[in-house]
Every structure is written in structure tokens, then in C-alpha cells.
Design a protein around this ligand. Structure first.
Ligand code: BG6
Length: 464
């Protein structure tokens, strides 16, 4: 069967500033929370001292090599590139009155380079990082004043790039704060649920204020939210498992409900009450939340299962999201369960729930690549993973779901988020750098490069 992707479908790839740019203190950039996480977003943050270094300090040196990388993306036929702005390049400490011109100028150069090839930028305002200055001095998102600092930053970049960027996202995987509070909201990992949900509330308000500012400053732009699409299935058809699954899916759908509907869903009243959480929500907050997103974007890598069986749950505590493995699925080398049909299911769940356009802004396979003796990299496993997921996107489009585009994660190898590894590679383009930071940073096309080029060139007709 061949699939009918819309003519203006935004094919492309997704990267994030802290995982590609490097140049972590160049041109006036301040330290970000990510710069304090040399071992990844799930590890404890560490204070930096003179002489300390981390793999992300250089990353893949996109800050200096972006013209070469954009040219390669263009060669694959990209219509869109999702990237993020490092907030600390614009406001190095986060609470300055005026922005850092050198940081603003960098993104001008980057967007101009993309425009040469008609590649639409899709820009995330905050992808797993914020100014460390805001954490140290103001307590991160725990402090309501961070809303104001974020709004100033958002307005600054909307103003500056209003003619260059027409697709925006607010916070990357906003629901991830529940699992990684320092990464998401700048709070210590042992923070109470009360403090984390209050910080999340501030972030939801800030997200809505950014939506409003974007609509005011760039009326022809579209701005979306960004969710970790962590869809869960009941492990069995036992009604108790089904109810528990519904509850656990609401843990993350809650974020979308607020950002798309403009108010807290009623099921959260019971949730907060049972956990002794009381949020401070002002009238102004309630007004702000009414500014809802134009589309919903999400990442999708895997699905998981839910059970009420305590023994199985104990075993599952070891993995990233405490998900119980699905006995019907295979896993990647990193233990992420591969479930292409889950993507079709998730697209339908979100579209049924919100009836707003969807954008898949991350999906991909992290794997160890091997360079063959003739210099080639034959990443058939990656081609299979992506093909199978895109087929399911085609199915969802047939189902009637409105999908704006697909930007697969890491079209060029980059530093992984969870453990800051280079060896977990997602790219169509290989980067010569290892986990210890050795390598020339040279770029090389993998077999999947030509495969994706043909998928985009045929608007999905070569998928099978
Ligand atoms: C998403 C993040 O959670 O997953 C990305 O938005 C991240 O930043 C991606 O890189 C894949 O995770 P990892 O740990 O394999 O890099």
C-alpha cells in the first residue's frame, strides 16, 4: 500500500542546542542547567569548577559547522529543521534587562542559512535547559518570577526572528519534569511533588504567555506545545489494570489538556487532593492559561505497559519511566521497546482528544553504528525502524488524523540526552567523535541518508 502524505508535509529532522552546538561559553553565553549535567539529564547536577569539562561543551560543534550540516540536510531534501535556541545565549544569567547581541546574531546566521535552502525552522524556546543563573539566584521554576524572565526572553526572540521563524514550540517534553525535575524545572531531584507541581504550574502559565506573545508579535506564526508521547497500554484486560492505565496516561496527558484546552482538567482535583498538593493559582494565571496552542507536537520512541501487579512493578522501577515491558515487543540496544503501531495509536488518541493538528517532532532509533572496511555505514536497522514508524504515520493520515510534519530525532549524530553519550547514534550523518570526546568531528553519510532522501523526494511513496 502506498500512503498519501499531504503535499506540504514538513519532512525533516530535529536537534537541540545543548546536544549539538558546543561553544558552551562562546560569544557571551552563560551557563545553562544542561552545562551542569555532564552525565545526562537523568543524573544529578554538578557544580562546575575551573578545568571541568563535559562532552556537551563541544558536542558536535554545530555552532561553527552549521553551514556544512544544513547543506547536508538540504541534500536530503529537508523541508523543516527543528532546533532550539539556547536561552543562555540570549540572556546569559536569565534575569538581565537587555539581551546578548552576539547570541541573537548567531541564530540570525543560522536561520538565514536554512532559508537559503527553503528549510523552515521549527524552534523550541527551551529544550531541556534554562539559565543556571535563574536556578541559583531565583530557585528556577519554583519561583513565579521566572515566568516574567521567560516571557521577556520569548518576546525578544519573537521580535527578532519574526520574519524568519513561523513555527515555534514552548517547552520540550514539558511532562518530563515529573521524572527529571532539575532538567525540566530547575529543582533538586529530591523536591516534593508539591514543589514540582507548583513549578510546573508556573511553566504552564509561562508557556501560555509565550503563546499569547507569539500571536501578538507574529500573527502568521503557529505555536505548539511539546509532549513526551509516553503512551501506556494495560498489561492485561483486568479492569483494575485498565483503570490504572487510564490514570497513568493522565499523568502526562494532563499537560496537553491544560495547554490545549486552557484550564486544569477536573480529574486533577482528585489527583492533587489524594497527594496533599495545593497549588497557588492566581486569577491572572487562569486568564493566561486561556491562550491555547495552535498544534500539538510530541516525541515518540516507545510505548510501555501498566499493571497493578506489585512484583512486576518493582522490577520495572529500574527503567527510565518505570514502564513495565510489553511481552509482544522487541527492544533497542538501550532497552527502549520498539512499537511502530503505537505511533498510529498515539496519533489517533491525541487527535480524538484535541481535534487539533499534530506534529511528530521526535522519533528515531539510538544504536551503535559500525564503519565497514570500505568506509560505509550500513544502518539497515535504522532504516527499518524509521520506515515502519512512517508507515504507521501514513495509516494515521488515512484514519483522518491531521499531521503537519515529521522531524525525526538526531538526523546527524549528537550527544544523547539521557546519558550524554555519543555512541548512542540516531543520525543519517555520522560524526567522528566518541564518548570520551576523541575524534575529528568529520561528517560522513550513512546508508540511511540516501534512504531518507528518497522518502522525502517521493513524499512517502517509497515507504513499504
Ligand atoms: C527526547 C529528548 O526525550 O529524547 C531529546 O527531547 C533526546 O533531547 C531524545 O535526545 C532521545 O533520548 P536519548 O537519551 O537517547 O538522547
Amino acid at each position: 500500500m502506498s500512503y498519501q502524505f499531504p503535499d506540504n508535509f514538513l519532512w525533516g529532522g530535529a536537534i537541540a542546542a545543548n546536544q549539538v552546538e558546543g561553544a558552551y561559553l562562546t560569544d557571551g553565553k552563560g551557563l545553562s542547567t544542561s552545562d551542569l549535567q555532564p552525565h545526562g539529564v537523568l543524573a544529578e547536577a554538578v557544580e562546575r569548577h575551573d578545568g571541568d569539562s563535559g562532552i556537551k561543551d563541544v558536542a558536535i560543534d554545530f555552532y561553527h559547522r552549521y553551514p556544512e550540516d544544513i547543506a547536508l540536510f538540504a541534500e536530503m531534501g529537508f523541508k523543516c529543521l527543528r532546533t532550539s535556541i539556547a536561552w543562555t545565549r540570549i540572556f546569559p544569567q536569565g534575569d538581565e534587562e537587555t539581551p546578548n547581541e552576539a547570541g541573537l546574531a548567531f541564530y540570525d546566521r543560522l536561520f538565514d542559512e536554512m532559508s537559503k535552502y527553503n528549510i523552515q525552522p521549527l524552534v523550541t524556546l527551551s529544550h531541556y535547559e534554562m539559565p543556571y543563573g535563574l536556578v541559583k539566584k531565583h530557585g528556577g521554576w519554583g519561583n513565579r518570577r521566572t515566568i516574567e524572565f521567560f516571557e521577556r526572553y520569548a518576546r525578544t526572540v519573537f521580535q527578532r526572528y519574526q520574519h524568519k521563524v513561523k513555527y515555534w514550540l514552548t517547552f520540550n517534553e514539558i511532562n518530563m519534569s515529573l521524572h527529571a525535575p532539575f532538567t525540566g524545572v530547575g529543582l533538586p531531584s529530591d523536591s516534593s511533588r508539591q514543589d514540582i507541581y507548583q513549578a510546573i504550574h508556573h511553566q504552564l502559565v509561562a508557556s501560555a504567555k509565550a503563546v499569547s506573545a507569539c500571536h501578538e508579535i507574529i500573527p502568521d506564526a503557529k505555536i505548539g506545545n511539546m509532549l513526551l508521547g509516553g503512551i501506556l497500554y494495560p498489561l492485561s484486560c483486568k479492569p483494575a489494570d485498565v483503570i490504572e492505565t487510564q490514570q497513568q496516561n493522565r499523568d502526562w496527558l494532563f499537560f496537553g489538556d491544560v495547554q490545549v484546552r486552557g484550564y486544569y482538567p477536573s480529574y486533577m482535583n482528585r489527583f492533587f487532593k489524594q497527594r496533599g498538593i495545593t497549588l497557588h493559582i492566581t486569577d491572572d494565571d487562569r486568564q493566561a492559561l486561556k491562550h491555547t496552542v495552535d498544534f500539538i507536537s510530541f516525541s515518540y520512541y516507545m510505548s510501555g505497559c501498566v499493571t497493578t501487579d506489585e512484583e512486576l512493578n518493582q522490577k520495572a522501577r529500574a527503567n527510565i519511566l518505570n514502564m513495565v515491558p510489553n511481552p509482544h515487543l522487541e527492544s533497542s540496544e538501550w532497552g527502549w521497546q520498539i512499537d511502530p503501531q503505537g505511533l498510529r495509536y498515539l496519533l489517533n488518541v491525541l487527535y480524538d482528544r484535541y481535534q487539533k493538528p499534530l506534529f511528530i517532532v521526535e522519533n528515531g532509533l539510538g544504536a551503535k553504528d559500525k564503519i565497514d572496511s570500505d568506509g560505509s555505514i550500513n544502518d539497515d536497522y535504522r532504516i527499518k525502524y524509521l520506515n515502519d514508524h512512517l508507515v504507521q504515520v501514513g495509516e494515521a493520515i488515512e484514519d483522518g488524523v491531521e499531521v503537519l510534519g515529521y522531524t525525526c530525532w538526531g538526523p546527524i549524530d549528537l550527544v544523547s540526552a539521557s546519558k550524554a553519550e555519543m555512541s548512542k547514534r540516531y543520525g543519517f550523518i555520522y560524526v567522528d567523535r566518541d564518548d570520551a570526546g576523541n575524534g575529528t568531528l568529520e561528517r560522513k553519510k550513512k546508508k540511511s541518508f540516501y534512504w531518507y532522501q528518497s522518502v522525502i523526494g517521493s513524499n512517502g511513496q517509497t515507504l513499504k
